[in-house]
Design a protein around this ligand. Structure first.
Ligand SMILES: Nc1ncnc2c1ncn2[C@@H]1O[C@H](COP(=O)(O)OP(=O)(O)OP(=O)(O)O)[C@@H](O)[C@H]1O
Ligand SMILES: [Mg+2]
Length: 1079
């Protein structure tokens, strides 16, 4: 947060003399001393700044200080030269008022330093930028150049400005510097040839000799030794704290920055060297035959070198130093110069050369720093002009300088005191007149056209006849005798006849700053500022371009017989111009005060300060300020400036501005005695009131700034919001469009789907209907066709081949069947009933037929096969069939018997004579005759027997003899038992109680068991009188041996004696037959 300060804060003494209580000269000085002792070197009198020279560097000019004072109210901070500079700069920039800063004070009071501080402050606060910085730099760097050539060490000031300087700095509308114009006033050129004791020539001579390189010095034909030059006083060649060599480099650098070309710098240095050389030219008298004295140059070496430097023919210059040509109308008279005149001519040349060089430098700098644009500029003028001078020995220069100070005082009086009082009267403000000294009368004494001192001096100079300083004084004594500010011993009113402080060759003027005694010696000469035409012509003849430029009057083609204007006249004119210039600007005053004569810090010599305060009229200044009003302003700008402090006047006051201001002041409750209303202006008595207003305004501005900021931010946000809203609408519109588009597309596609389904449905419905319709139509057509067909067939059957299809079908079938049967015929298998072959079936539908045919064919083939059989063979097969029925799968012996034909009569009994007897014993036809083994009941061994079978009985007979052993009628045979195995054992079981059964059952064994049993069984089957014979097939059966029943058991196992069946009697009841395992 910004720290609010005030002029009144931490004040040492009183910061503004207007606030001093009680006000007296003593309290005034005491206040100054008090502040000076506390390093407060600046004090205000209202808006005037009093500056005490501290003679040491204070830490109050830092960049921080610049920032502190920047854009601050004048009364806000403790007094400072920066506050004044800031005020001037801001009113120039913001209120478009041209400004001038008038810095006055004695020599050594700090005017030049103050002017530099003002310039540096303005440079620091104004705009920045490459171009602006260049302009600033050039403006600032013009100072070292002008100081080197125009400043010198005097007894009062080691860096005393020996010329007056007024610099207009030009700004554009933004307050950026554009350039500047420097005006110089009356260089103290007499210093070039002669310096008072303890003083030096202009700095540049010393700087050149100590700072230039050997090479440069050689080129300039100079010697580093100062004592070699007559124009340089030796007693104070070295000045404390002044480094000439370093300054020379600074100056050269500054010249470069300002824009001097290298050859221009060289030319300037050559001229400076020429001046030094000129001083060394000495003359000696030489008597001529006509009795007159002539001068001759003692040593022509310096003349020669100087002529070489400037490119002048030596003889020409030599002659110019010896003769003087006076031209009057058509006459041209040459007179020789005596030694004194020659010296006079030399010095005049030196002074002129130097002063013209100085003027040329100013012109050249102006060329560089002048504003480049032609648009209207705002101007800030800074006037640093020599202060009031009261020396022991005051001459023409002091007279001129003091005249200038009188004029400045005049301006001050005009602009502040008189102007102020007159303004009060004009504005109708009640006002008690303040007595103040108006120095207009002194100005008049000096500058009056008819009887002013300058006018009289000019008159004397132009007057023909003998003119001396004394004749001039006489004239003054006559004409100014009555003037109250003029004093002279011999003045006609003889007031001062007895005043011994007033020498005869002097006159005294009571300046506003005090009385000054002027010695008239040299007044006429200095005013004439005479340079013999021969010399200016000699200079013009020089080949050196710069020197030719400096002496244009030497051009023989432009000989002007009129006398050049006198120095006094020129000065008066330029001071007049300056004053007119200053009057158009807003003045800002810096009153510089020198605290002591010793150039020492911390010393406050009261008498000296009192003197300065008096002649600067500071007390009067304070009194006027206090009696009057510190601030005034016309109503319009005042209302404009402060209208925001009152609701009724803000933002617009409709009505006269004065009324607005009245409302404003009433609203702010400013005490009535603090201000007055003039006719066109408001007068504010106290700066504090103004400060109060300014402070309120500043606060209000802050509030307004906040308001503006608020409105701006609101506007900005609103604009942004509106933009956003607009964008949002656009985005929303686009989005909605997009969404609707999407939705529409969805609906559309859905509709299309629904539509397609509906259409599909409708179409299908329609299709169905159409199909139905079509079918109906077709059906109708078909029915109709059929009906018609029927009708037609019924009617036209006789005309058509009926059932052609069926016939074709049947034909085809027939054909196929035919083909099938024919094929079958050709591929018929053999007639063997056991042939399994049968041709493949050609068509599926013939499957049943094919199988049936195969079966039929087989049956037929079998029948065919059977039909070939004889009755015998048939009987054999019947027997075989019966054997199969009895034994198949029951007895292991069976399969081996199948392939053996049943022979029956293996013994051929009827044919064999051996069995004749046996044959005859048997009545019946022998159905079977074979040899069997009769198993011995006791041991199980077999005995061969012939077995005969007839229809009625079976007979067992001895094989060898044929004797019948047993004959058993078949009806006695009840059953036959056989084993399941492959043996040939069989038991013939007889009917119990029968005659045959006495000996018991027979256990026999035969190879043809199957045949025997089958035949026995067959006989039994065919015999009607008998029961069916039982055939018992098991591996254990009982056999009746006489009384005993023996069990015959068949065991499967390996036979002991080869492959044959063995039978053994195991015990009474068991007969074991061992049967080998069938392979
Ligand atoms: N504000 C200051 N701070 C420090 N030193 C200062 C200040 N003002 C002046 N001085 C010192 O006083 C000396 C003289 O000042 P300056 O040259 O400004 O006097 P002046 O008024 O211009 O004199 P003149 O009329 O002879 O030119 C300076 O060289 C400097 O040493
Ligand atoms: Mg100065």
């Amino acid at each position: 947060m910004e720290v609010k300060t005030s002029l009144l804060d931490n004040m040492i003494g009183v910061g503004d003399m207007v606030l001093l209580e009680p006000l007296s000269e003593d309290s005034f000085l005491e206040n100054l001393r008090n502040r000076f002792d506390h390093n407060e070197i600046y004090t205000y009198i209202g808006s005037v700044v009093i500056s005490m020279n501290p003679y040491r560097s204070l830490p109050i000019y830092t960049p921080d200080k610049v920032e502190e004072y920047r854009n601050r109210n004048f009364y806000e901070l403790s007094p400072h030269i920066y506050a004044l500079a800031d005020e001037a700069y801001r009113s120039l920039r913001d209120q478009d008022k041209d400004q001038c800063i008038l810095i006055t004070g004695e020599s050594g009071a700090g005017k030049t330093e103050a002017s530099k501080l003002v310039m540096s402050y303005v440079a620091a606060v104004c705009g920045k930028g490459q171009e602006v910085n260049k302009v600033k730099e050039q403006l600032l760097q013009s100072n070292p150049v002008l100081e080197a050539f125009g400043n010198a060490k005097t007894v009062r000031n080691d860096n005393s400005s020996r010329f007056g300087k007024y610099m207009d700095i030009e700004f554009d509308f933004k307050g950026d510097p554009l350039g500047g114009v420097i005006s110089n006033y009356l260089l103290e050129k007499s210093r070039v040839v002669k310096q008072p004791r303890g003083e030096r020539n202009f700095h540049v001579f010393y700087q050149l000799l100590s700072g230039a390189s050997d090479d440069t010095l050689k080129k300039l034909k100079l010697n580093r030794d100062l004592s070699k030059y007559n124009y340089l006083s030796l007693d104070s060649a070295a000045v404390n704290g002044l480094d000439d060599a370093a300054n020379f480099r600074t100056v050269r650098n500054a010249m470069q920055i300002v824009g001097f070309m290298e050859d221009e710098v060289q030319s300037v240095l050559e001229l400076v060297a020429a001046v030094l050389k000129l001083g060394n030219i000495e003359f000696k008298p030489e008597s001529r035959c006509n009795g007159t004295d002539e001068s001759r140059i003692k040593d022509k070496n310096d003349l020669k070198e100087m002529c070489e430097l400037l490119g002048i023919e030596q003889s020409v210059l030599e002659r110019a130093f010896s003769y003087r040509t006076v031209e009057a109308k058509l006459e041209k008279v040459s007179t020789t110069l005596n030694v004194a005149q020659a010296y006079y001519a030399r010095d005049a040349l030196a002074k002129n050369l130097y002063s013209r060089l100085f003027s040329w430098l100013v012109t050249r700098i102006n060329e560089s720093i002048k504003a480049q644009t032609k648009s209207r500029h705002k101007v800030m003028g800074v006037l640093d002009i020599y202060g009031f001078e009261i020396f022991e020995d005051n001459s023409f220069e002091q007279f001129i300088i003091n005249y200038c100070n009188e004029k400045l005082q005049q301006i001050f009086i005009e602009l502040t005191l008189r102007e102020e009082q007159e303004e009060y009267v004009r504005e109708g403000i009640e006002w008690t007149n303040i007595e103040y000294f108006n120095n207009a009368i002194i100005c008049d004494l000096i500058e009056n056209h008819q009887n002013g001192i300058l006018a009289m001096l000019d008159e004397e100079c132009l007057r023909p006849g003998t003119v001396t300083d004394e004749t001039f004084l006489d004239k003054l004594n006559t004409i100014c005798a009555e003037h109250q500010h003029f004093e002279s011993r011999l003045s006609k009113n003889s007031k001062f006849l007895t005043d011994h402080s007033l020498p005869h060759n002097c006159f005294r003027i009571q300046h506003y700053a005090g009385k000054v005694l002027y010695r008239v010696e040299g007044f006429v000469d200095k005013n004439n500022d005479l340079l013999y035409r021969d010399l200016s012509q000699a200079m013009y003849k020089a080949t050196h371009s710069l020197i030719k430029q400096l002496f244009p009057e030497g051009n023989p083609g432009k000989v002007n017989l009129k006398r050049p204007p006198t120095a006094g006249f020129q000065f008066k004119a330029s001071v007049g111009t300056l004053m007119r210039n200053l009057q158009t600007k807003n003045p800002n005053y810096i009153r510089c005060i020198k605290p002591n004569d010793k150039k020492a810090s911390h010393i406050f010599t009261e008498s000296l300060v009192r003197h300065q305060a008096r002649y600067l009229g500071l007390m009067e200044n304070v009194r006027v300020r206090r009696a009057g009003y510190a601030f005034r302003q016309t109503y319009e700008p005042c209302l404009e400036r402060y209208k925001m402090l009152c609701k009724r006047t803000w933002p617009h006051w409709r009505g006269p501005a004065r009324e607005g201001v009245e409302v404003l002041m009433a609203d702010l409750q400013v005490p009535a005695d603090e201000f007055s209303y003039g006719r066109s202006k408001i007068f504010i008595r106290n700066p504090r009131t103004l400060f109060f207003l300014e402070e309120r305004r500043r606060q209000c501005l802050q509030d307004l700034a906040s308001l503006i900021q608020k409105i701006y931010r609101g506007w900005k946000c609103r604009s942004q919001f509106l933009l956003l809203k607009k964008s949002q609408i656009v985005v929303a519109a686009w989005y909605r469009r997009y969404a609707q588009q999407k939705k529409y597309q969805k609906i559309k596609s859905a509709t299309t789907v629904v539509q397609s389904y509906t259409r599909g449905w409708q179409a299908r419905k329609l299709l169905r209907e159409l199909k139905y319709q079509k079918r109906c139509e077709e059906a109708v057509t078909t029915i109709a066709a059929f009906w018609h067909g029927t009708q037609v067939r019924r009617e036209y059957r006789k005309f058509f081949r009926a059932n052609a299809g069926k016939k074709i079908y049947e034909f085809t079938i027939q054909r196929i069947m035919q083909k099938y049967f024919l094929g079958l015929k050709s591929t018929m298998p053999s007639m063997s009933p056991i042939d399994k072959n049968w041709p493949a079936r050609p068509y599926i539908f013939l499957d049943g037929v094919h199988t049936a045919l195969r079966r039929i064919f087989h049956l037929w083939r079998c029948k065919k096969y059977r039909s070939q059989f004889t009755e015998e063979k048939k009987a054999v097969y019947e027997e075989k069939l019966e054997a199969s029925e009895i034994f198949k799968d029951k007895k292991a012996l069976y399969p081996s018997s199948v392939s053996q034909p049943f022979k029956g009569d293996y013994l051929e009994i009827s044919k064999n004579p051996k069995y004749q007897k046996l044959n005859s014993a048997v009545d019946e036809k022998v159905l079977l005759a074979d040899v069997v083994n009769k198993i011995n009941r006791a041991n199980g061994k077999g005995t061969a027997r012939i077995f005969l079978l007839t229809k009625k009985s079976f007979v067992l007979a001895d094989q060898k003899t044929g004797q019948v052993k047993a004959s058993v009628p078949l009806p006695d045979l009840t059953s036959v038992s056989v084993s399941t195995q492959s043996d040939g054992f069989f038991a013939l079981r007889l009917k119990e109680g029968s005659a045959s059964a006495i000996k018991g059952d027979f256990l026999l064994s035969s190879e043809h068991l199957i045949e025997i049993i089958t035949k026995i069984h067959r006989i039994g089957a065919t015999a009607a009188d008998r029961e069916q014979l039982n055939i018992d097939i098991s591996d254990e059966f009982l056999v009746q041996f006489k009384q005993d029943k023996v069990c015959v058991k068949f065991i499967e196992g390996a036979p002991k004696n080869g492959n044959s069946v063995s039978c053994k009697r195991k015990n009474n009841r068991l007969l074991e037959v061992s049967v080998p395992t069938s392979p």
